[in-house]
Design a protein. Sequence first.
Length: 488
Amino acid sequence: MRRVMAAVLSTVLLTSPAWPCGYGPDSELSPDELDALRATPCNNVCPDPGCGVPVLTYYGNSPFFTHPAAAAGPVDVAGCFAVVRVSGTQYLKYESAGATFDRETSPDGLATWSTGSPVSGLSTQPWTRTATPGVQCPDPHALGTDGKMVMYYNVQVDPAVTGVSGWGIGRATSTDFGVTWTEDARPVVLPTATHFPYMPSFLDTGNHFLLAYAWVCKGSPPVSVPDIHVLKSSDQIVWGALAVPAITTGACGEWDSGSSNRPRMLLAPNGDVYMFFAGYAWNPTHLQGCGAPDREYARIGVAVSRDGGSTWCKAPQPILEHNPGGWNNKHVVKPTLTQEPGNVVRLYYAGNGSAAMGLGIAQTRWIWITNFAANFCPEAEPGLEESIAPDVTPRLEMGASPNPTLDDTTISLRFARAIEPGELSVSIYDVTGRAVRTLYTGTSETMPAEIRWDGRATDGARVAAGRYFVRAHRGAETLGTHWITTLR
């Protein structure tokens, strides 16, 4: 068993200056993160984008609206954090807290959160280094509702074991709703002498696994113009990198000319992969700390992949902006998202303004996110580097003929990879993710090679003209999807 060891740099902790070069009291980072990123003052080893004073544009067309629970102010603190929905009555929030993570609970994920308590089991492997902070930037995921979870996170690595020092990416599992964790015996991503992977995001697409992270340069200008990299795997053991970064920092004059970081991926009802990320404008006149130029005006952007994460289209406008008249009138950063009933997406973020930084909440429906992205992003073409591409063939290949169709269509199904025997269903959904009709429920052994759909919903009414997708699934696990267009 082997893991692709990608990169992360040595973190040097100093007693001075009081702030890392380029950061100050109004930075978007928490105190723990500031300590973790402390670097040699003004060593200027990282590329400066060379941009002039930004022309700030407030686009004002976000599909998200502020949740009433967070309209007047932040509902909680927000360091490098993540929120995960375990069930309709249990939400968990993990937040960087020095040597480990604090774990908070909420019945609805809104204004009421328990006092945080530290989790156990992290930074225990020989390849990790005991430090404060020892772990950062959690990305936990519930594997059902029985307490099983997986988490990717930043962890300090031991140079005596790994040959490098600084932040790497680790993986851990839990069976008790994330109170205690068992750390993998090997790291997922390692640092190099010049860069480190930061702020990981994990996604199970149903066909393969994705891992995104910001690839950050050591030194100053601090955290300068990082790109977002994506790895792909069929087993969470061997990871292959894309041929080029998934997301690059914007050019001078674009809203994210200073940084693209903190990715968070989410699977849309139609199978597309959406990546939400924090972006900043570069402002050479905004000086902090030792006097270096800095990023400013943080907003949240989005990119979409229509081929399972191999290629990405980044929208040229942010999908969530700071609120000029609200408590978060300076920064909105650190996105983390949950899927809610009714095809609702809830976006948690760290907001910053005249008051202290805190946890904000916004939400919208999937249809408005997909409509926003469709304004900018055409169909993508595959671009995975073949030499390192893992096997990401869908487990179930699907087709439809005729397609488009004026009446009925025949859906073909063929297993491209072996799966464990068990029950599965084949269903039709509209573009909002609403279930239209279930065409088959049975076992994988008895599934027919072809299923006819007469273009009607469960109630017998003919569906309206438009795009629909057929999805074969086993519970929440997607085995294959295919688009069908109906005409009238």
